[in-house]
Design a protein around this ligand. Structure first.
Ligand code: PGA
Length: 252
């Protein structure tokens, strides 16, 4: 059956020392308090990945990046390749976060290239999708999200699609304190699973983890995570505090 995943997206937060403290707190709390059927992932800034990888090597907590280049290598100043991430022991990579789409102009087609190169290098993409408020207000969210998924993921073979993790993050809920209701989350997650079923069949759809993201915190996690098609969370703000992050995972 599909994996339960609680992934922390640190975004552009934490110095190295702060990141090390947060990581060691999460590792220790996870060891003492969590069942081993929930996979924790820390998606940290690129610059900390190597350091934190050594701290996570003997733990059950996995390591993720927040982006990678769509190019394999070469003259792309400031970029980081999927092969580089793989070479230092990174397991997951967030792709298509709404902040990257909005501030860095990432399109569905560019993201299709990033998904390909991540998979070629053995990374597990956490592919983000989600609608802005004006689309939700005119009830266009399902068509909007379906197009993001179709354009960035539906060129993949069955085998490759089977490795993808999806994160549904309504943009109006990210960092705003506004969460989707559990009904809104379940409705979208079920629609995504149905779309995957139609393209790849029931087995692959049932094995695909679909995470919810957007102001998830200990107070609302239990309700969201109890939805049938919600298989975990992509946590921003609350992943910056070890207690909150682990409490979210505990509420499973
Ligand atoms: P948030 O961020 O939990 O702070 O809303 C979620 C995300 O952007 O992944």
């Amino acid at each position: 059956m599909r994996k339960k995943i609680i992934a922390g997206n640190w975004k552009m937060n934490k110095t190295l020392e702060e990141g090390k403290i947060l990581t060691s707190e999460v590792v220790n709390m996870a060891k003492d308090e969590l069942r081993d059927d929930v996979q924790l992932v820390l998606c940290t800034p690129f610059i900390h990945l190597s350091n934190l990888q050594t701290m996570l090597a003997d733990s059950t907590v996995a390591l993720g990046a927040q982006n990678c280049s769509n190019h394999a290598s070469g003259a792309y100043t400031g970029e980081t390749s999927a092969a580089m991430l793989q070479s230092i022991g990174v397991d997951y990579v967030i792709l298509g976060h709404s902040e990257r789409r909005e501030y860095f102009g990432e399109t569905d087609f560019l993201l299709a290239e990033k998904v390909d190169i991540a998979l070629e290098n053995g990374l597990i993409p956490i592919f983000c999708c989600g609608e802005p408020l004006e689309i939700r207000e005119r009830d266009g969210q399902q068509a909007y999200v379906q197009q993001q998924i179709e354009e960035s993921l539906f060129h993949l073979s069955d085998e490759k699609f089977g490795k993808i993790v999806i994160a549904y993050e309504p943009i109006w809920a990210i960092g705003t304190g506004k969460t989707a209701s559990s009904d809104q989350a379940q409705e979208m997650h079920a629609a995504i699973r149905k779309q995957i079923t139609e393209k790849y069949g029931e087995e692959i759809a049932n094995n695909t983890s679909i995470l919810y993201g957007g102001s998830m915190k200990p107070a609302n996690a239990e309700e969201l995570l109890s939805c049938m098609d919600v298989d975990g969370g992509l946590i921003g703000g609350a992943s910056l505090k070890s207690r909150d992050f682990v409490d979210i995972a505990k509420s499973y």
